[in-house]
Design a protein around this ligand. Structure first.
Ligand code: BG6
Length: 509
């Protein structure tokens, strides 16, 4: 059984500048460091949210000096954010350092310890350390072990901290996730570990909690008495880009559902936490997973649909089939689309279906959660047939066009009773002047502050894999051809059939 973190601590104070520290990115020459980490740190620095003395040490095998590393990072900020402001950059680059080395060998950790004490003295990093694993997941166990054996996983003193950020994929099934968690807890306590799920850093996902728990009018109807079903759509118009090698051994269920979509389900489905602390929020989310109705192997085909994109047209451009992508097997059975119907067997949600779908090469990029309410119990407008009265919908637009829509019926002006659905809309863009923050900025800052609320806890990860793994196994044993959908369409027709059998219909964004 996975052991939980220590009992509740007071929530770290938001809005405060983190303690001085040195952060290490292992995998500094990789895509993640260039695309996400460095631009996010630069933005935090520019907004004066990084502490005095903050230092970043990049480690990878590529031979570099501090100077050449700095100039590469400058290019990365230019390419993935904006051309750096010369004055800000000249101050920011002084925080960047480079240590060439192989993360497989103990030498680099010895050198790191020396560099840490030098930076503590010269820059006042005060002995606090953050390790960011931006490497291939096969290296996670080795790095964790080296950090443990070199003593780096332990805080320098009672006043110091040592934390680790781990990127997805966190395992590829229940056994591997369990083994990785075991390795971590050998050297780190749960409250030192920050497993990133970047969906949790999205403003709109955080706002679901505010919407539910900072308003009194929605919670009384947030249950099986009023809700007919919930739809979660995470549609992407992009394909797999240059990630064929990774994606072909993962697929949409592992890549998106096990983490991002289940996090969305938990955010919608959880009970009110006692407080907005890492322990309370994550306890409630884990309870949702514990209540998921397990899917038996013989049921898998009834509650899931998978598909793979074929040739097609997106935004007027011809795009090629998944099997023709680089580093994808020509006879690959990997799914690029998945639909999953699930139930949360508890008092609040009994028998309310949650329909989840995600896919690549769909007509547009849109992430939305639609809560469909039950029809009115009695038809007052006798001359309007029931099929002309649409149920109420609450649509949470996660991205793009972030906002919330409430759809209800209204009388069309005129002498007769004609009804028509109308929308009440909240949009971030018009209600707030501040731009929506990038998920990585928020999550990095939370890690520096020591707030794990928006990170996946070890027991949550294992519960998620526990639910997903039987589906993966059933698919593995099923050799029937995988449905192919034309790129630029809303997925295989089987997805519409599954909902039609339940007398429901997908709401396409
Ligand atoms: C990642 C997946 O976790 O999330 C990608 O590995 C996917 O396949 C991406 O494209 C989607 O994230 P976002 O923030 O672009 O919706």
């Amino acid at each position: 059984m996975y052991s939980l973190e220590a009992p509740v601590k007071a929530a770290p104070q938001r809005g405060r500048i983190p303690d001085p520290c040195a952060m290490v990115t292992l995998g500094a020459s990789g895509d993640l460091t260039h695309r996400k980490l460095i631009p996010a740190l630069y933005k935090l620095f520019k907004s004066q949210l990084l502490p005095e003395g903050f230092s970043l040490i990049g480690i990878s095998r590529t031979p570099e000096t501090d100077e050449s590393f700095r100039s590469k990072m400058k290019e990365a900020v230019g390419a993935y954010f904006e051309p750096p402001d010369p004055e800000v950059w000249s101050r920011f680059e002084k925080t960047l350092f480079y240590l060439p080395g192989n993360v497989d060998s103990p030498d680099v950790y010895r050198e790191l310890i020396e560099l840490f004490s030098k930076l503590d003295k010269e820059r006042g990093c005060c002995g606090n350390r953050l390790f960011y694993l931006a490497v291939s997941p096969q290296l996670y166990p080795t790095i964790i072990e080296h950090l443990g054996k070199s003593g780096l996983s332990c805080p320098l003193s009672e006043k110091n901290w040592s934390r680790i950020i781990i990127e997805k994929p966190f395992g590829h099934d229940l056994n591997s996730a369990h083994a990785l968690n075991d390795k971590i807890v050998q050297y780190f306590k749960e409250d030192q570990v920050y497993r990133i799920d970047h969906f949790l850093g999205k403003e709109t996902v955080q706002n679901i909690l505010a919407f539910r728990f900072a308003n009194s009018i929605f919670e009384p109807i947030w249950n099986r008495q009023y809700i007919d079903h919930v739809q979660v759509t995470v549609a992407e118009s992009l394909g797999i880009e240059n990630r064929g090698g990774y994606y072909d051994s993962a697929g949409a269920l592992r890549d998106m559902v096990q983490n991002h979509l289940l996090q969305l389900v938990c955010t919608i489905g959880m009970e009110p936490p006692v407080a907005f602390t890492a322990t309370s929020v994550r306890d409630e989310k884990t309870k949702v997973l514990q209540a998921l109705r397990p899917i038996k192997p013989e049921e898998v085909n009834r509650v899931t649909v998978r598909g793979q994109y074929g040739d097609g047209v997106i935004d007027g451009k011809q795009v090629q089939a998944y099997r023709k992508e680089k580093n994808v097997k020509p006879d690959s059975r990997t799914e690029t689309y998945v639909l999953l119907k699930l139930f949360i067997d508890n008092w609040r949600w009994a028998d309310v279906p949650f329909y989840l779908r995600t896919g690549k090469h769909l007509p547009k990029r849109a992430t939305e959660i639609t809560i469909q309410f039950k029809r009115t119990p009695h038809l007052v407008f006798a001359r309007v047939p029931e099929k002309h009265i649409d149920p109420n919908l609450l649509i949470l637009h996660i991205q793009p066009d972030e906002g919330i829509t409430l759809r209800f019926e209204a009388k069309v002006p005129g002498p007769d009773i004609h009804l028509q659905p109308v929308n009440m809309k909240f949009q971030y863009g018009s209600s707030f002047t501040k731009p929506v923050e990038e998920a990585y900025e928020r999550l990095l800052l939370d890690t520096l502050i020591g707030d794990a609320t928006l990170f996946a806890r070890g027991d949550w990860i294992e519960a998620a894999w526990g639910f997903i793994t039987p589906i993966l196994e059933a698919w593995e044993n099923d050799r029937t051809p995988i449905p192919v959908y034309a790129s630029g369409t809303w997925g295989p027709s089987e997805a519409d059939v599954l909902l039609a059998e339940d007398k429901r219909k997908w709401r396409n964004p």
